[in-house]
Design a protein around this ligand. Sequence first.
Ligand SMILES: Nc1ncnc2c1ncn2[C@@H]1O[C@H](COP(=O)(O)OP(=O)(O)O)[C@@H](O)[C@H]1O
Ligand SMILES: [Mg+2]
Length: 251
Amino acid sequence: MLVVDNLIKRFGGFTAVNNVSFKVDQGEIVGLIGPNGSGKSTIFNMLSGTFAPSQGSIRFEGHELSGLAPHTIINRGIGRTFQIPRPFRRLSIFDNVELAGYYGQNRHSRAKASDAAKRALGLVGLPTDRHASVDGLGAAGLKKLELAKALATGPKLLLADESLGGLDEKEMDQAANMLRKIRDELGITIIWVEHIMGVLMRVVDRVMVLDHGEKISEGLPGVVASDPRVIEVYLGTDAQATQAAAAERRR
Ligand SMILES: Nc1ncnc2c1ncn2[C@@H]1O[C@H](COP(=O)(O)OP(=O)(O)O)[C@@H](O)[C@H]1O
Ligand SMILES: [Mg+2]
């Protein structure tokens, strides 16, 4: 579904993503992990068209995406969430999600965008009435709103950037189950960037690890969690707990 080849992103003289290649198959949930600043969000920004790659190619369903504008990429079927939610505060929850629905698969009619918003809000468990305000949403609610906005575009591939940040244990489990449900019930393929390894390792099919902009490991959660290089640069003292989580992985 997605084939990324030798992707490079430079900011001035600094190389944030260095020669990264990977594939994602239809129906997979792939975890993308690595230390802070290793290039995860920059990869999402290139996949979603926020940044043009300095070099390399991104092919989605056989078509080259690099250099296309964000709204064109959404229309092709890639939706994303942002690590830091910034909804329109003067619009209701519903209107934020309906507005997102004017991009992507449902953009051709207001009725379709509106239906997509209703479905997306129902799926993430937010109120579907037109007037509920964004102001009452806490961290978990804002993350749900991010997911609902991405889903309202009718994506085939969802890029989820740190869906668990700021959530408590119970909310994290709910969010992880939600991603699983989005894949299982809607058939949406997911790339998931996350720092909370215990939750991620239980859910994903496969993991890729970045360090200083380079891919240093890739494979099944259990294999990656035991990779000495990944333990050295990222997992550290969390290695054992991460391996235990990977061993509990749901299939
Ligand atoms: N717009 C930008 N301009 C300059 N440097 C950037 C920009 N975006 C990201 N970077 C740098 O690129 C590196 C990778 O950042 P990022 O992809 O956000 O990391 P991650 O998401 O893995 O924490 C960091 O060193 C960051 O400071
Ligand atoms: Mg990031």
